[in-house]
Design a binder for this molecule. Structure first.
Ligand SMILES: NC(=O)c1ccc[n+]([C@@H]2O[C@H](COP(=O)([O-])OP(=O)(O)OC[C@H]3O[C@@H](n4cnc5c(N)ncnc54)[C@H](O)[C@@H]3O)[C@@H](O)[C@H]2O)c1
Ligand SMILES: [Zn+2]
Length: 353
């Protein structure tokens, strides 16, 4: 798989990737090497990862508890203290082995400890491979506010090894797939077609599909590294997706991020037919395709109203008006669309129909 050049680092793959990582480790004279894991990735991924690493220096494994609820400043404090205890300095290297929660935290603590030391990302979830580890955003949540504290800072290297996906739960695979579908919808119709033909999806195709997704995200980020405008297209499906995820968060059956984004995408497809030349029949076909992989949720009238109210109060809405990313066509996104209440209700009716 061909190396992808990001702004000031490379995204490398499989065996060739390990060679480059070993080079990086052995030619930089790092004072100490740390492997950051969570309770799952330490169990499932550490041994495989370490079997690929040739280092004359020992690698100290650090483990944090898995889960978004630990993506907070308390975990960072405990990691910074661990770094002090283990004698980390500005010439240390942190290797982040995990999903998006771990790469977000790891990037942040490495960037802030003693004003920053080097880090690399080894994403082990599909979502982290195609999304979280690409683009240089790091950070943690603050109470209920997601990703409120953070930095833009890029890793030395991102290494993709699809072997890790063998132990990833199916629900987590669907979370990553939702972002890949998003990449197809906003930037590449052919790629979307490949993905939506999921009945023919085989594990062997994954590396190529993941590679394409990363190229798409990387291209968008390179065009707008600090999210001034164009990068917003990566929010496709996420405007209502986020509020739906939030609404169901405390319900007996919470929705995953991927499920919420797929619903948000279907709603955005309908809204596209209202505001752009996007064809209604195409929107219906895509909806049917997506609902073969993602369960259909029944929204009560109350749930719809509550979701729309949450949307108005979302931090990304200005003066109570939400900003939508829509499609002009499959593979072509456009930003900064606004809708009245009634259109949003219609979008939910389209989803339910
Ligand atoms: N920085 C960015 O640009 C960016 C972009 C998108 C998402 N994110 C962040 O990413 C996070 C979500 O990432 P995620 O979906 O990877 O969640 P996650 O890191 O919580 O991983 C999901 C679960 O899978 C487990 N896991 C990971 N790899 C495994 C493997 N190979 N085998 C078995 N279990 C494994 C984890 O321990 C966790 O329990 C969110 O916090 C989100 O804000 C960041
Ligand atoms: Zn997402």
């Amino acid at each position: 798989m061909e190396t992808i050049q990001a702004k000031d680092y490379q995204i490398v793959f499989q065996e060739n990737g390990y060679q480059l990582l070993n080079n990086l480790i052995n030619t930089n004279n790092y004072t100490s090497l740390f492997l950051l894991t969570d309770t799952n990735t330490n169990t499932y991924c550490s041994a495989h990862f370490l079997s690929k690493i040739e280092s004359s220096k020992p690698i100290e494994i650090i483990e944090i508890i898995a889960g978004e609820e630990h993506k907070n400043i308390e975990t960072c404090v405990s990691l910074w203290e661990t770094f002090v205890t283990l004698g980390a300095d500005r010439k240390s290297l942190l290797i982040n082995l995990g999903g998006g929660v771990l790469t977000d935290i790891g990037g942040f603590v490495a960037t802030t400890f003693m004003r920053g030391f080097d880090f690399v990302h080894i994403p082990t979830s599909l979502l982290a491979m195609v999304d979280a580890s690409v683009g240089g955003k790091n950070g943690v949540d603050l109470g209920g506010l997601k990703n409120q504290i953070g930095t833009f800072n890029t890793p030395k290297l991102v290494l993709i090894d699809t072997e890790f996906l063998n132990t990833l739960p199916a629900q987590e695979m669907r979370n990553g797939l939702a972002e890949m579908i998003k990449h197809g919808l906003i930037a590449d119709a052919t790629y979307f077609k490949q993905l939506s033909n999921l009945s023919h999806f085989v594990y062997e195709d994954l590396p190529v599909l993941i590679h394409r997704s990363i190229v798409i995200k990387n291209d968008v980020v390179n065009n707008d590294p600090h999210e001034k405008g164009f990068r917003k297209i990566l929010n496709f499906g996420h405007t209502l997706g986020h509020t739906i995820e939030t609404y169901f968060y405390n319900s007996p059956e919470p929705l995953s991020h991927g499920e919420s984004v797929i619903i948000g995408s279907i709603l955005a497809l309908y809204l596209s037919t209202k505001a752009t030349t996007f064809d209604l029949d195409t929107a219906k076909t895509i909806k049917e395709q997506l609902l073969k992989t993602y369960r259909k949720i029944t929204f009560s009238e109350e749930a719809i109203e509550a979701t729309i109210t949450l949307l108005k109060h979302d931090k990304k809405s200005k003066n109570g008006i939400a900003n939508f990313v829509l499609l002009d066509a499959i593979g072509k996104a456009s930003i900064d669309h606004h809708f009245e209440h009634e259109s949003l209700i219609e979008a939910f009716e389209f989803y339910a129909s």
